[in-house]
Design a protein around this ligand. Structure first.
Ligand code: RUB
Length: 358
């Protein structure tokens, strides 16, 4: 049996960018709101601290907040000396932080289902489940990276949006950047266009930071330049992550994704989402049923506390948008690349079925 301590030590010795880890009774995470200018480490000694870190985007990205679901419930078990009610309560609190990313809901549910007994036995049970989830999520990244990299050709320029990378995932490359990192490690000569991603600037701050760290050539654009780049032949493929894929293949991802997908269709550019089978939500029929998180309007009217609009200006911030399945060329998962018809073919990646469509 691998302990969390052993797992974290092993991961820290590998070429990973860990978003969060357990150390000496507390959770430590990289404050992603401070990147790229400082790599501050925040300590969470309670689930309430962790929930606040998720809500305030110190840790973000659907893979990473999924991992928070596992780590958070382990922390609750550890702090409460194995009190099942405290663990369930922690699950409810974490689920309430960000509604769109289904991975968070699924890891919390998986941890809650694993509750067995009380006291030290329960703490150990929660530890084992957390180790299992962490190892699985990292394995997904290597696998989906290989499947996605097979779609990338030498010389390709790949556009991505927001940050779907290591710090938004389990540490290798998250989803979209696992595809890109694998293609780069295979020796393919690729270039990445990263969209800055207003208003939180995940693309400018975090994707550019990781691409630099991994030595992958890249160019930053503002979101409204993507159409220009596409119809002037500067983009070969688009790969983005996903916070939730509904049963029919509609995709919820960072707001702006839909407009890139529309322009990609118009320009005949393949548009992929990279994800794991756990982000496919078979309980959600279509994109219309996905709850889109609405964030505070001040996140649009201010940048880092500096006002950029007249006092009192109304602003809207839907954190995600829905890209309908007909705009998607393929859904890259750890089990293979799924293409249309998505309603049928997605069924074949149900984690319980473990099959790759032909
Ligand atoms: C992050 C975001 C990312 C997705 C998908 O949103 O929309 O593109 O999480 O990436 P936020 P991945 O910054 O609001 O959490 O599938 O790698 O998680």
């Amino acid at each position: 049996m691998t302990t969390i301590h052993e797992l974290v030590k092993r991961y820290q010795g590998e070429e990973l960018a860990l978003p969060i880890w357990f150390e000496e009774g507390v959770l430590k995470l990289i404050d992603q709101t401070k990147l790229p200018f400082s790599e501050d480490i925040v300590t969470c000694s309670t689930v309430e601290h962790l929930a606040e870190a998720v809500r305030s985007m110190m840790i973000r990205g659907s893979g990473a907040i999924g991992i928070c679901g596992a780590y958070g419930l382990y922390l609750a078990a550890y702090v409460s000396d194995g009190d099942p009610d405290e663990i369930k309560q922690a699950g409810k609190l974490l689920k309430s932080t960000r509604p769109t990313a289904v991975n968070l809901m699924k890891t919390v549910d998986e941890m809650v289902e694993a509750i067995n007994g009380t006291g030290q036995d329960l703490v150990e049970g929660m530890e084992q489940k957390t180790v299992e989830i962490l190892e699985r999520q990292l394995a997904f990244e290597y696998e989906l990276g290989k499947h996605g990299a097979a779609l990338i050709e030498d010389g390709d320029t790949i556009m991505t949006h927001c940050h779907s990378g290591a710090l938004g995932g389990a540490g290798y490359g998250g989803r979209a950047l696992s595809v890109i990192r694998t293609a780069h490690e295979q020796g393919k000569n690729i270039h990445v266009i990263t969209c800055e991603t207003r208003p939180y600037l995940q693309g400018a701050r975090i994707t550019a930071y990781e691409l630099k760290k991994f030595g992958i050539p890249h160019t930053l654009i503002t979101d409204n330049m993507s159409g220009f780049c596409m119809n002037t032949g500067r983009v070969d493929k688009i790969v983005v992550g996903s916070d939730r894929v509904s049963a029919n293949g509609d995709l919820a991802n960072k707001v702006g994704t839909y407009m890139h997908a529309l322009a990609a269709k118009e320009n005949g550019i393949p548009f992929y989402t990279a994800t794991s089978s756990h982000t496919i939500d078979f309980d959600t029929e279509s994109g219309e049923d996905i709850e889109v998180e609405m964030r505070d309007s001040s996140e649009v009217t201010e940048i880092k506390g500096v006002k950029i609009a007249p006092e009192g200006t109304a602003a809207l911030y839907p954190s995600f948008d829905i890209t309908p399945n007909h705009l998607i060329s393929g859904i890259i998962t750890e089990k293979g690349v799924i293409t249309a018809p998505f309603t049928d073919n997605l069924q074949t990646v149900d984690p319980k079925l473990n099959k790759i469509p032909q």
